[in-house]
Write a protein that binds this ligand. Structure first.
Ligand code: ATP
Length: 773
């Protein structure tokens, strides 16, 4: 048989890059494929989709196709994987990999981006290690010539982790895990209402053979009574332990019981713990009417959550950068996420560490298994334990270290405020502190004092806060008013109720309020107490953090809204939706929503809107509709922040577009308004609320027993907790107020997400987008 033709390599550093999805599908994989394809094209490379995972690579032919910009339109919002996935036995054998190598050379490809689990990434790295040998064998067996292989001597592999289990070490999140968690939480929230009605117990099995992330996070975000995860099996007499915790919760007045069991749960001797067993125990030992719900493949499916779309997009972009940066010596990277930062890690090390977890579990070395999980996992586990177990005498602080902690909500409601409050209350009670609800923000306190002494300041009980884990809005009431309305009365209330620490949950007003209290220390001794703000606002505009709870709920509400708009246009095809987002003077929500829905353009207050910009975007729209023939039936989205322009409202922009469309395309505007606050908070907002609340309370209690002067002298006595790059930390208010705050525009001076705007533009093909670095 004659040798197949092979194409010449592309000039310069340009490459032909293949992308595939492999192993179990996960929501967000399509977003990764879209980003890889478009970033590759943007960088002058050629992009190829390999269909059905390694099967396509081994079979070649039509299973490997060059793809263009338009081919991945609409991918972002689709669940599963549109290019297919498979488990391919042939690729496990060298002969299969030989065929795969030949197919790659035949297409002129020498770079692969693989989105899959640890198995898929292991296979990829093995393929890379064998590559020179495979090429030599192709020459020796006369399947290809030396000339044909010479330009493709080095194979580059980049891994993206697509997995619902979040089981890969070295990354905090895998593509798909938060969508899966959302499915689980929806299910548990639904079961919750019926459980409460009938006072029933439910045992819910979730996926996770070696990794308890889904079970743990579901436990944290739904306030489950007990969880079983493989990394940390329960104590030897777990049957008694579980029943005693649950009975205690019931005795305290709880009407329902939820137990979450990871698929791979076991006891300390590795005997599986199955939901049916837990059910029998709850019936016999706790006397509860108990049912089992196994969620199964529901957890894999559905539309990707906002975070997964963003993660997949940013990681896909980074994967192409990694391909282009690679040298023959660079170890294959896997693209990871640490807190809020995209990083590259050596693929082999990440896979090896992942496998070590399973090995540690097998060897019953559970301490090691927990150690091998990331720090975030640990913190969530501790936070879960401390806010759930009913009696933990070992956690109780001595009398002189116990405090009365005021909890107050400031500003508009944001998803996760109640979860944070619930966690703070549970933490306080576990440690012996007294949580005190300060109702309806600062105006609540001021009115309360001047009126009758009822209601606005109250000790909160465990039972009262217990049901708040998944509730939206603000159960203790929130208000935008500031303490400066009557600083003296606020100080009097603090003194009267002996508030010794303050936990403030809210947005920019909360930040302003704590700034006022801090500065008020000069005149009022009552403010010389430790204070922490947990940023909670859909606008994500609080200085000192890159993430505020509530912003993820808002993004999910916005993608639901925009997905519905896009779909409604599928009949008419040629419709542009101009949608107004909230966000105040910060374009964060508009930009990240734009990244998550694949918006054609995003208008922010930071950049403003001018006629030239609109003109250019209308030209771009004409171009897109011209090229788009039959490719995608859904509508196009333009997102406009509410304060992007005083002149150009969404209605005016929509009218301008419709006018320019001249019947070729039309336009509608939409204002989702308060819909953006969402209904049930997203699991991400809930779990982060719990984690940050526990950290905040730990910070506050570190001041117990200190004098007013010591507190006043310590800059860390008034702080904002936040995520900054790869870290979660407390920043002193004084510094953040003076150096990092744009007071006039009510946002941080440096907004970390500004660089992401370039990616939104690049991925939508918006003209004049500057090259990403
Ligand atoms: P999931 O998290 O869903 O299990 P995964 O990527 O770990 O995803 P696997 O079934 O382990 O899923 O692997 C997917 C495919 O990757 C396999 O069918 C096989 O083609 C390839 N693969 C896995 N391990 C290897 C290996 N050691 N060598 C070569 N190829 C492999």
């Amino acid at each position: 048989m004659a040798n197949p033709q092979t194409p010449e390599p592309l000039p310069g550093k340009k490459r032909r890059i293949g992308v595939m999805t492999s192993g179990g599908d996960s929501p967000g994989m399509n977003g990764a494929v879209r980003a890889v394809v478009r970033m590759a094209i943007h960088k002058g490379c050629e992009a190829y989709c390999i269909y059905e995972g390694y099967d396509g690579l081994v079979k070649g032919g039509d299973m490997i196709k060059a793809v263009g910009w338009e081919d991945v339109r609409g991918f972002l919002s689709e669940g599963g994987t549109l290019i297919g996935t498979a488990r391919c036995m042939e690729f496990m054998q060298r002969n299969g990999r030989l065929k795969a190598a030949k197919n790659m050379i035949t297409k002129g490809m020498d770079a692969l981006v693989i989105c899959g689990g640890d198995g898929s990434l292991t296979g990829a790295d093995k393929f890379r290690a064998e590559w020179p040998g495979l090429l030599q064998e192709l020459v020796d067996t006369k399947q290809l010539t030396q000339e044909q292989i010479t330009p493709f001597k080095h194979l580059n592999i980049v891994g993206l982790v697509g997995s619902i289990d979040n089981d890969l070490s070295m990354t905090d999140a895998t593509i798909g895990c938060y969508s899966s968690l959302a499915r689980i939480c929806e299910a548990v929230d639904s079961v919750d209402t019926t459980a409460t009605s009938h006072q029933r117990a439910f045992v819910i099995e979730v996926m996770g053979r070696h990794c308890g992330w889904l079970a743990l996070m579901a436990g944290v975000s739904t306030g489950a009574d007990f969880i079983f995860i493989p990394e940390s099996p329960p104590s030897e007499n777990w049957q008694d332990e579980m029943c005693s915790v649950i009975k205690k919760h019931r005795a305290m007045g709880k009407r329902k019981t939820i137990v979450i069991v990871a698929e791979g749960a076991h006891d300390q001797d590795l005997n599986p713990i199955k939901p049916s067993q837990v059910k029998d125990l709850l019936i016999k030992k706790a006397g509860l009417d108990t049912r089992v719900t196994t969620l199964g493949h529901v957890q894999r499916g559905g539309t990707p959550a906002a975070y997964d779309r963003m993660l997949a997009t940013l990681q896909g972009v980074e994967a192409i950068k990694a391909v282009l940066d690679a040298t023959p010596e660079t170890p294959s990277p896997v693209i990871c996420m640490i807190e809020n930062k995209i990083v590259r890690r050596p693929l082999l090390e990440a896979v090896a560490q992942t496998k070590e977890v399973a090995k540690a579990i097998e060897n019953k070395d559970f301490a090691r298994a927990m150690e091998l999980r990331d720090a975030e996992f640990h913190e969530y586990y501790r936070a879960y334990q401390i806010t759930t177990a009913a009696e933990q005498p070992e956690l109780m602080l001595p009398e002189d270290k116990r405090m009365r902690i005021g909890i107050i909500h400031v500003g508009a409601p944001a998803g996760g405020m109640n979860a944070a409050t619930r966690a703070a209350v549970a933490y306080c009670l576990a440690r012996g502190h007294q949580p005190v609800a300060l109702h309806n923000g600062f105006p609540g306190l001021i009115r309360h004092h001047s009126d009758k002494p009822l209601g606005a300041v109250r000790d909160i009980s465990w039972l009262e806060a217990e049901s708040w884990a998944s509730k939206g809005g603000s159960e203790i009431g929130t208000n935008r008013g500031l303490p400066s309305e009557d600083l003296e009365t606020v100080a009097n209330v603090f003194a009267q109720y002996n508030i010794q620490g303050l936990f403030v949950v809210g947005g920019f007003e909360a930040f302003t309020a704590v700034s006022e209290l801090r500065r008020g220390r000069e005149h009022y001794k009552a403010f010389k107490i430790p204070m922490v703000i947990l940023p909670a606002t859909i606008s994500n505009n609080v200085p000192g953090t890159e993430y505020s709870i509530g912003s993820d709920t808002c993004l999910n509400a916005l993608i639901t809204y925009t997905d519905a708009c896009r779909q409604s246009a599928s009949a008419s095809r040629r419709r542009v939706f101009v949608i107004e987002t909230q966000g105040g003077e910060s374009g964060y929500i508009a930009t990240i929503a734009g990244l998550s829905v694949g918006a054609l353009a995003v208008y922010t207050p930071e950049d403003g809107i001018n006629l030239k910009m609109l003109d250019r975007d209308i030209d771009h729209l004409r171009d897109v509709f011209f090229k788009d023939k039959g490719h995608n039936r859904a509508g196009k989205i333009i997102l406009v922040n509410e304060k992007a322009s005083k002149t150009y409202s969404v209605q005016i922009i929509a009218d301008m577009i419709a006018e320019a469309g001249k019947g070729k395309f039309e336009s509608r505007h939409g204002v989702p308004g308060h819909f953006q606050q969402g209904t049930t908070p997203s699991p991400m907002d809930r779990v982060r609320a719990v984690r940050f609340a526990v950290k905040s309370l730990q910070h506050l209690e570190s001041f117990a027993g200190k004098s007013k002067k010591e507190i006043d002298d310590d800059e860390m006595s008034a702080t904002v907790i936040g995520m900054r790059g790869a870290k979660v930390l407390f920043s002193p208010m004084e510094k953040v107020e003076k150096k990092e705050t744009d007071w006039k525009r009510r946002r941080p001076i440096d907004e970390f997400w500004m660089e992401l705007k370039v990616i939104v533009d690049m991925l939508s093909g918006r003209p004049k987008a500057t090259e990403t670095k």
